[in-house]
Write a protein that binds this ligand. Structure first.
Ligand code: HEC
Length: 104
């Protein structure tokens, strides 16, 4: 019985993890060589600061133009991010949209 419960539990854990990587893919899955630290910082902000009012939104759900023209300016203001943090989260969103293999 315990084994079955453990199996079910680890199944949920696994699905949970898959979900996060779909919503905000890990930097090392993007196949990039440069600005890794900046992008890691951006992902960290995305997961921690951008989830204060709502769940993390799947980045590939919106096209870059919408992120840049509307969503990021508004949400950066909402979050009260410092300029360096805004830069990091913007770089991360852009990197995901340009390099993620996840389909819309
Ligand atoms: C202070 C609360 C707050 C924080 C912090 C916040 N958001 Fe939001 N967010 C909202 C509210 C409220 C809405 C829905 C209203 C709207 O669309 O303006 C929203 C909507 C969104 C949407 C959907 C936009 C649309 O047009 O449908 C996205 C994407 C988003 N937020 C991303 C982010 C990101 C990325 C961050 C971090 C930089 C962030 N949010 C931080 C409050 C917040």
């Amino acid at each position: 019985m315990d084994k079955i419960l453990a199996a079910i539990y680890s199944c949920f854990l696994f699905i949970g993890c898959m979900d996060v990587t779909k919503v905000a893919p890990k930097v090392d899955t993007l196949g990039l060589q440069q600005n890794i630290e900046l992008l890691e910082h951006g992902r960290d902000i995305y997961i921690n600061q951008c989830t204060k009012c709502h769940n993390a939104v799947r980045i590939t759900r919106y096209p870059m133009k919408e992120w840049e023209d509307k969503i990021l300016p508004e949400m950066i203001l909402e979050s009260g991010l410092a300029p360096a943090e805004s830069q990091a989260v913007t770089a991360y969103v852009r990197a995901v949209l340009e390099n993620s293999l996840i389909e819309n």
